[in-house]
Design a protein around this ligand. Structure first.
Ligand code: GAP
Length: 461
């Protein structure tokens, strides 16, 4: 079972409120995330990102790409194909071992992971009780179920044309290790990073976008000289934790989880998860894994492809197969962590109605500014519209002239817009506008031409 033997729901204890149900509803209502194929009743654990969700996830991926690729000279980017040669997955060990134990109930036909803590007794024995229908003795013995999706390449659907949808992006990096190293003339230690879709036929998907069957990973494989991997492993653990903190994730909600021997994947000699407290019964769960993969993957690809995957260290005139330190983070799972972390309901001083606010880091917020004329007359809509059009050349802006100004503020709070700009009577006299800060609710008067630089400065952090 190797890497799959610890169900995520067993990690950590909950100590934060459960906001998931409220978030699912907000995400649909405001256009962040919709259930896939909803008009047909939905597809199991697959989700579509709406206009605001796509911006939020893109901002998150951009931050990762910037930190891992653009801001460094020792990591190169890659975008490898999803469909790969089937032998890749034999070499990687996924065909043989990427499995979960599956248990069926003969009575209600429901399926469970064999290690589901809700199962009482040992599956396959008369005393085992189905957690869904409550019948005893109806659960099958666990059988191993491979999580890779299979499809066929070309028009003939036979065993010779089977290909898999990749269950991790990492293998596209390993098979391109020499292509990238030689074309860029990088020297070990160096890394290759990529963002892309991965697919797993999970037995128990759920908790919104936490565990889905189609998801995006942001992975980086760092190739090092054997003997230096422990020091690089420590380095990358610290770097990756800092990155999650830089998103504004509450430090109290972030924790390390070290894999025990039983939990380690077949390729890993050491692994630490960065876990986030999602609140409620979900509690602390993995959002990123940092793995010491040794030379497992490159050696296996050498063996299965018959091609050498060695690095030539010219100054020391020696050849070696590098060791790999991997950082692997889910884009969707981290998007969920960011949303959970940001969600709050709070009272507003001097107002009867409270507000729901997404206190998103300004760089992640899908809309950076709302622009409103105070009233729909005296040239205010024209002024506000011109300002919104100008600002839109630099970042996403929402123009709104409908309803009471308080309600317009609330609508932007709920989607995490960090700044609201109001054009009022004074604007028409002196060319200044108010900028309201989403978090402090403070309003500042700023010259209209200063609004762009003011906001750009704050979203760049
Ligand atoms: N290449 C190593 C690897 O794939 P993993 O721990 O299986 O490691 C890495 O996955 C990250 O991918 C996880 O920390 C999680 O954020 C994300 N992930 C894995 N399975 C997922 C799923 N079914 N749905 C959403 N995200 C998932």
């Amino acid at each position: 079972m190797g890497w799959r033997c610890r169900p995520d729901y067993l990690v950590g204890m909950p100590n934060q409120p459960d906001v998931l149900e409220k978030l699912v509803s907000l995400c649909k209502r405001r256009g962040f995330i919709f259930q896939s194929s909803e008009i047909y009743g939905g597809t199991g654990s697959v989700w579509d990102y709406g206009p605001l969700g796509v911006e939020l996830k893109k901002n998150l991926k951009d931050r990762w790409w910037h930190a891992m690729v653009r801001a460094r000279d020792d990591i190169e980017g890659l975008d490898a194909a999803i469909l790969m040669h089937p032998r890749v997955w034999e070499a990687s060990g996924h065909v043989a071992t990427f499995t979960d134990p599956l248990v069926d109930c003969k009575n209600c036909k429901k399926r469970f992971r064999g290690d589901d803590p809700k199962i009482k007794g040992t599956p396959g024995t008369p005393d085992a009780q189905c957690p869904a229908c409550g019948m005893k003795g109806t659960l099958s013995e666990p059988r191993l179920f491979n999580l890779m999706f299979k499809t066929f390449m070309g028009p003939v659907e036979d065993s010779a044309s089977v290909v898999y949808l990749r269950p991790e992006t990492a293998q596209g990096i390993y098979v391109n290790f020499l292509n990238v190293q030689q074309s860029t003339r990088q020297k070990v230690p160096f890394g290759i990073a990529q963002i892309g879709k991965a697919f797993r036929n999970e037995i128990t998907p759920g908790n919104f976008i936490f565990r889905t069957r189609e998801f995006e990973q942001m992975e980086m494989q760092f190739f090092v000289e054997p003997g230096t991997e422990v020091e690089w492993f420590d380095y990358w653990k610290q770097e990756r934790l800092k990155w999650h903190q830089s998103l504004g994730l509450d430090e109290k909600r972030l924790q390390w989880h070290q894999h025990t021997k039983e939990e380690l994947a077949h390729y890993a000699s050491a692994a630490f998860d960065i876990t986030f407290d999602f609140g409620g019964t979900l509690g602390f769960q993995e959002i990123e894994g940092v793995h010491n993969r040794g030379d497992y993957d490159l050696r296996r690809h050498q063996e299965y492809s018959g091609k050498k995957l060695e690095y030539f260290d010219q100054p020391n005139n020696k050849r070696f197969v590098p060791f790999v330190v991997e950082t692997s983070v889910g884009a969707d799972r981290t998007t969920l962590a960011v949303l959970v972390n940001a969600y709050r309901e709070e009272a507003v001083e001097g107002e009867d109605e409270g507000r729901t606010v997404l206190a998103l880091h300004p760089s992640l917020a899908p809309v950076k500014a709302g622009v409103f004329p105070l009233v729909k007359k005296d040239g205010m809509p024209e002024f506000a519209n011109t300002l919104a059009t100008e600002l839109r050349q630099h970042f996403p802006v929402f123009y709104d002239e409908s309803g009471a100004i308080g309600r317009r503020y609330r609508r932007q709070d709920e989607v995490g817009t960090p700044f609201c700009i109001t054009v009022d009577g004074d604007t028409m006299q002196d060319g200044t506008v108010t900028i309201r800060d989403r978090d402090t609710l403070q309003q500042e008067r700023v010259a209209a031409e200063r609004v762009g630089p003011y906001i750009r400065e704050r979203i760049a952090v």
